[in-house]
Design a protein around this ligand. Structure first.
Ligand code: ZN
Length: 80
């Protein structure tokens, strides 16, 4: 398994920012839950700020479930 070079603060092309890597198992094989926050600005200029969990393997393609129509995120209760 390749070691990911991703670290908190990294963002993907959809303005989703990695804020934490956790040791909670994700829903994909050998993946852990990563906590993402949406930094996309709405037309009024405010940042979305939606937080959700995703498998680490999906980070680079993840879209915000709140404002970009992405898939529902994994639960992050108790992780932050
Ligand atoms: Zn959003």
């Amino acid at each position: 398994m390749a070691v990911s070079q991703r670290k908190p603060g990294d963002s993907n092309p959809n303005d989703q920012i990695l804020i934490a890597r956790t040791d909670r198992p994700g829903t994909d094989h050998l993946q852990y839950v990563w906590v993402l926050v949406c930094a996309r600005r709405n037309p009024g200029g405010a940042i979305c700020g939606h937080r959700y969990g995703a498998n680490g393997s999906d980070f680079h393609i993840r879209k915000c479930p709140s404002c970009q129509g992405g898939a529902t995120g994994l639960g992050i209760e108790g992780l932050l």
